[in-house]
Design a binder for this molecule. Sequence first.
Ligand code: GLY
Length: 463
Amino acid sequence: MFTKETYISRRKKLAAEFSDGILLFLGNSEAGANYSGNDYIFRQDSSFLYFFGLDCPDLAAVMDIDSGGSIIFGDDVDMDDIIWMGPQKSVADRAAEVGVCKSYPFARLASFIKDALEKGRRVHFLPQYRNHNKILLGEMFNVSPRAVNDLASEDLIRGVVELRIIKEQCEIEQIDQACDLGYAMHMTALKLMKPGMKEQELVGAMEGVCISGGYMVSFPSILSQNGETLHNHSHHQILTPGRMCVIDAGAEIASHYCSDFTRTLPCSGKFTARQKDIYTIVSCANSYAAEIAHPGISYKEVHLAVARLMLQGLSNIGLVKGDVDEALALGVMGLFMPHGLGHNMGLDVHDMENLGENYVGYDATVTRSSQLGLGSLRMARTLKPGHVITDEPGIYFIPALIEQWKGEGKFKEFINYEALEAYYDFGGIRLEDDLLITADGCRRLGAKRLPITVEDVEKEMAE
Ligand code: GLY
């Protein structure tokens, strides 16, 4: 938890965007995994954490813009809770730690909101992703839980996004720590990797490092030799010489700040000549993004510059032909990288995407493309100091997609479909670092960068 002044200052800045009404924030509750009482690991809502800092279930908070005060709603524990969970601080004491001096039992929230609505006051709330909270709001606003998000406040979404998207120094320190833990996770996998192991063994070792040093993984680990499947969560294969393994994994530390790194490693410790060719295109693209990312350029422009570099690389080895700029403009790169260059990162690994990807990743100056790949760019905004983003170019050979485009004769003047047939068993390569935009450029987050060049990867794997 940060200092109480941090939370007071954030709430003050948010309140300044509103002339009247109530801002309602719902925390999360426990959620049963396979029966009530056998719960998923508790994860507080990130916006609740950002403004109210309290990391325990069954809380809600309001900011009353007219009176200028905040209230935390929650119930103190009873003897049964103490028997099973140990002594707990009172809600009033917890509220005081984040600069809120008023607290009420949770049951008073419904009447508080009803009263405000009856007085014709606007009650702003954020879009909900947990059914428990949708039901709660459905009851308070007298709508079906399915319709609750239709009533979410665009003004509140925009206010929250504009604050959370620019990271404060205290947050950057936490993200650096999450990246250090992410580094340790990945180095564990790199050092352990050898042919004959199961992919799942690497997942277990890597996630063990994360849980030992932090809270949990920031998303389910992606680790597979079938790296052409972008988010491959099946880890049942045996590591085989001659293949590569995509490892896309991150840590969430106790403060809930995240990291997200990807490396693609040769299972035997040595890349083949053909792997080196493609790998080098992707590693150059990753470094190029960090070279050109700075305040004033949009991340869409960075995506396009990186895509151009990779198209040129693919053209140099004969997989792409024709004019590279024309190919770029038409969207040929979507065949090889059907995802965007990166996303925002912070308290969520895809920061704030529950508030709506376009609110977070797009602003008035940038529009979303409909092309495959570029259209999936989650962060396209003009960069500002304090943005934290991922830099994750990739090249993938997805046989079903290649076959589809080939069958349609799509971009046949730019794509060497015949040469691509030799790559159907290649897999994919993605390389990802996390960047902080600074006053005059950017820096990679975390004390150390994971090995990324062919030489450094092979050297580290050999040691
Ligand atoms: N690194 C996983 C993701 O961005 O979804």
